[in-house]
Structures are given as structure tokens and as C-alpha cells.
Design a protein around this ligand. Structure first.
Ligand code: HEM
Length: 496
């Protein structure tokens, strides 16, 4: 005992050192290159995400160590576009990892069947199947008149603001659009600001908390995963609970409207209407809880992501006079678009399409790796063996800045998507990872693309747009979402 007393500092240091060496070398992951400190602790990555710069940290590591990097004791970042098909494919062998624990929302029946987080293949397939038609582009196109009504109100508000924070307005706009297409009516975010106090929940819980705590998921049960702490921090039913309540209320309201109309509802068939009709025809195919969860998912996943993409487009178009001129020429002179702009005409414009692709490449709306767990038998990725249970992921920021595929990746260059080399363009398209890939690909992609394409064309039909500070930059934080601030523009109404 005396020896322990005398040498305890030495013993503790020796034990700590042995533990570090075990973490570093006592696993097949020792063969994966990466910084020494990240091989025994997740702290460096936690700090990178908490400080809102994981994209810079990961890119720097990939440029130094190559396409596969050990960024935590049991966490590997992959930067090889060819690995997308291995990790994210339809057979779901690589399950969602513990990173998604903080995304999970519970009601009295347990965890909500949110497609984003469920690992039960049969349930996930059913969830996707029961909403497939409602998310399809065909369904979206029927909703164009609803989007156009929101756009009309948006322009009436912008008309009165020759200089404005367009970034802030785009967020309100995207929120009203997602409510309109989901429930047939919006809550007037554009007119009233944030009438239900939902935006802080989206920003700080869905955007920041999940990404930061997702890097060290065991922490979650001591934070918002603990009912008491969640109540203390977020109020009685938690802020996500508020979004869920809102979804339930809106769905109920719709049900009542449908019942009152005796089957003869006015207007286009909204997302919830389609799901309810589907349920009426085949009650077994979708439960009430699944239906409500889809509506909840639209509220939490649909607005910020789309607003981020629209900000990137407007900033880069306004920032580069040659791109601005080329896009205006296509939209105004060659296609002669008028308001309201239809998706069919706008989506056929190659330069606009290239601008949208380039915006999703240069500034993906999601900022961290979409993490998965290597299946029990292990997997070989970038010629390295990863044992079962390793957490692995690809960040869209890493693949989108691959300088072999996208030379000078920091440059906004829509022309990359119009290059003569068809093979190269096809490889670039396969590497675009903003909407993820495989069985968990974004379900709302069609809604977003329809909304973005129509709005960007409409803005340029309606206004001459310039940055208030032509040399200024937006700033942004990179977490689960990558929201920017500082898109201040001058708008001049055109004779359109
Ligand atoms: C530019 C806009 C958007 C981007 C960049 C985006 C991005 C993503 C990404 C990266 C994922 C998958 C994450 C992973 O693999 O773990 C995802 C999933 C999902 N997104 Fe989106 N999203 C966008 C818009 C929307 C919209 C408008 C909606 C709903 C209306 C939506 C609903 C969903 C849903 C339900 C999932 C879960 C799908 C599944 O796991 O099966 N998203 N999104």
C-alpha cells in the first residue's frame, strides 16, 4: 500500500499512457492514417464540430493523409467518391450509427418512426413506400400553384424593401412553402416572423445540438436525452415536442376539413391530403403515427436546408457579374420567362441547372459526415480493412472539395457541369452527396428542387439584384445544417 501511496502519480500516468496506446494501436484501425491525438480521443473532432468548422478540419486532414483518415479511436472519415456506393447503398448493410441518437424523438409510444433515424429495415422500407407518391415529383408539380401563392406574397413584401437581408427572408419563405405543400396552408412566417418560436429549436437543437453531441453520443443521455434536463432546458414538452404537437394539430385540422368536405376538397392535393387518401384506401399501409411523423419530418428537415441552398445561389450569382449576366440572359432573354415561372420551363434551362448543382456542391446544406456502422463482418474501403462496429462516414464537404474531380474547388464555377467531357460530368454528378445516397437518400429532394428552381428563376425575372457590399462575404457555421448570415442585397423591380 505504501508503494501505491508513494508512486500514485506515476501509476496513474502509466495507466493513462497504456490506455492511450491501447486505443491507438490495439485495433486494426492502427493502419488507417490520421493524427495521433485523434486516434485515442474524439475530443479534436468534438472541438471542430462545436466550433462550427468541422469541414475545414476534415478537409485539412484528407489533404494531408489521403482519402481515408482515422478521426477518432473508432471513427473513420472517407473522402473517396467511389466509396459512396459501398457505405450508402440500398441493401442497408451499413446501419445508421450512434451519431443519430440525439436526433431521436420520443412520444408516449416510444421512438418516433422517423425515416432519418430508423435502422429497422422493414419499417424503414414501409415508411418510404407509404410516402413515396406524396414525395414524388409528379405530386410536387401539382402543388406548384400553392408555391406560387407564397411567392406572390414574398414578392409583395420584397417590393417594399429595396435593401434587405435576403438570407433571413429566404428562411421565412422556405418555411411557409414547406407548410403550404404539406398542409395546404402556412403560418405566415414571412408576415409575422416566427409566430410559434420554432426557429430557435431548428437552429440550436436540430442544427447544432445533434451534430455536436452526435460526435460523442454517450453524452446525450446526460443532456437532452434525459427528460429532466430536457424539460429544464427546453420547457414542458421540449422544443421538438412543440414541432411534433404542431404537426399533429395540422394533420388533425386537415382530417376535419376532409371529413367536412365529404370528399370534395378544394385545391391541389397536398402532402398530408395524399397520405390521408392513401390511408383511407388501405388503412393497414400507414398508421396515424407514421403519417404524423412524415409531417413532423417535413417541418424539421424541409425549410432550413432549402433556404441554405437558395442563399448560396443568390450570393454567388450576385457576387460574380459574369455568372449573373449569363443566368439573366438565359432566364430573361433566351427563355423569356414570365411570372409565375413553371418548374417545367425553368428546370429545362441548362445554366440554371448548373448553377443549382454548383451551389449544392460548394456549400452543402448539411455540414458533417452522415455516419454509419460497419457491418459485423467488417468492410474494405480505400484498400483498408475496417472491423465491424467501426463508425464510418463521408462528409459532403470532403467529397465536394475533391480537387481531382473539382479542380480549384473553392471557386464557384457552374461551367463544371456543362463541360464537354460527358464522362467527367457524369462522375461529378455521381459524387454530389448533398442529399446523401442509397436507401436513406433525402426524401424531400423533389420538393426542394422544385422550390429552388422556381424561386431563383422568379427572383431574376422580378428583380435586378446586387450585393450591398459587392466584395463582402457571408459567414456561416457548419454543423448538421450550415446556415449562413449576411446576405444583404439591393433589389430593383424590373418591368417584367
Ligand atoms: C436542399 C435541401 C435538402 C438537403 C440538402 C437535404 C439533405 C438531406 C440529407 C443529407 C439526408 C440524409 C442524411 C443521412 O444520410 O443520414 C436527408 C434525409 C431526409 N430528408 Fe432531406 N434535405 C433537403 C430537403 C428536404 C426537404 C424539403 C424535406 C421534406 C420535405 C426533407 C426530408 C428528408 C427526410 C424525411 C429524410 C430522411 C430520409 C431517410 O432517411 O429515409 N429534406 N436530407
Amino acid at each position: 500500500m505504501d508503494i501505491v501511496h508513494q508512486y500514485w502519480p506515476f501509476l496513474i500516468s502509466a495507466a493513462f499512457l497504456s490506455w492511450i496506446l491501447l486505443q491507438r494501436y490495439g485495433t486494426p484501425l492502427r493502419k488507417i492514417p490520421g493524427p495521433f491525438h485523434a486516434s485515442w480521443t474524439r475530443l479534436p473532432r468534438f472541438i471542430a464540430v462545436a466550433s462550427g468548422r468541422p469541414h475545414e478540419w476534415e478537409l485539412k486532414l484528407h489533404r494531408k493523409y489521403g482519402r481515408i483518415v482515422r478521426v477518432g479511436p473508432d471513427l473513420v472519415s472517407v473522402g473517396d467518391p467511389a466509396a459512396i456506393n459501398i457505405i450508402y447503398n440500398a441493401n442497408d448493410k451499413f446501419k445508421k450509427s450512434r451519431f443519430y441518437l440525439p436526433f431521436m424523438v420520443y412520444d408516449e409510444e416510444g421512438m418516433l418512426p422517423d425515416p432519418l433515424v430508423i435502422n429497422d429495415k422493414a419499417l424503414h422500407t414501409r415508411m418510404k413506400k407509404n410516402a413515396y407518391t406524396a414525395y414524388s415529383m409528379g405530386a410536387m408539380l401539382q402543388l406548384e400553384p400553392l408555391v406560387e401563392k407564397v411567392t406572390e406574397r414574398f414578392f409583395a413584401l420584397l417590393d417594399k424593401r429595396p435593401t434587405c437581408d435576403l438570407g433571413k427572408w429566404l428562411r421565412f419563405y422556405a418555411t411557409d412553402v414547406i407548410f403550404a405543400v404539406t398542409f395546404g396552408e402556412d403560418l405566415g412566417f414571412m408576415e409575422k416572423g416566427d409566430p410559434i418560436g420554432m426557429m430557435p429549436m431548428l437552429e440550436y437543437v436540430v442544427g447544432d445540438y445533434v451534430a455536436i453531441v452526435g460526435t460523442v453520443p454517450w453524452l446525450h443521455k446526460f443532456l437532452l436525452g434525459n427528460r429532466f434536463v430536457a424539460r429544464l432546458a427546453l420547457g414542458e414538452n421540449g422544443l421538438e415536442g412543440a414541432a411534433l404537437d404542431l404537426a399533429l394539430k395540422q394533420v388533425d385540422k386537415f382530417r376535419q376539413k376532409m371529413a367536412a368536405s365529404a370528399g370534395g376538397m378544394d385545391g391541389p392535393c397536398t402532402f398530408v391530403h395524399r397520405l390521408l387518401e392513401h390511408q383511407k384506401k388501405d388503412p393497414e399501409s400507414i398508421t396515424d403515427r407514421e403519417l404524423n411523423t412524415h409531417a413532423f419530418g417535413n417541418i424539421t428537415a424541409g425549410a432550413d436546408t432549402t433556404a441554405i441552398a437558395m442563399r448560396t445561389i443568390m450570393f454567388n450569382v450576385a457576387r460574380h457579374p459574369d455568372i449573373y449576366r449569363a443566368l439573366c440572359r438565359e432566364i430573361r432573354d433566351e427563355a423569356g420567362l414570365k411570372l409565375p415561372v413553371s418548374y417545367a420551363t425553368a428546370s429545362a434551362l441548362p445554366y440554371l441547372d448548373a448553377v443549382i448543382k454548383e451551389a449544392l456542391r460548394i456549400h452543402p446544406p448539411n455540414g458533417v459526415m452522415y455516419c454509419r456502422t460497419v457491418p459485423p463482418e467488417g468492410a474494405t474501403i480505400c484498400d483498408k480493412f475496417l472491423p465491424g462496429g467501426t463508425e464510418v462516414g463521408i462528409s459532403p464537404w470532403v467529397v465536394h472539395y475533391d480537387d481531382e474531380l473539382f479542380p480549384d474547388p473553392e471557386r464557384f464555377e457552374p461551367e463544371r457541369w456543362l463541360a464537354a467531357d460527358a464522362d467527367l460530368v457524369a462522375r461529378r454528378k455521381r459524387s454530389i452527396f448533398a442529399f446523401s445516397a442509397g436507401s436513406h437518400t433525402c426524401l424531400g429532394k423533389n420538393i426542394s428542387l422544385m422550390e429552388i428552381t422556381k424561386l431563383i428563376a422568379s427572383l431574376l425575372v422580378r428583380y435586378d439584384i446586387s450585393l450591398e457590399d459587392p466584395d463582402g462575404n457571408m459567414s456561416f457555421k457548419c454543423r448538421w445544417f450550415t446556415p449562413q448570415t449576411g446576405l444583404i442585397v439591393k433589389l430593383k423591380i424590373r418591368d417584367s
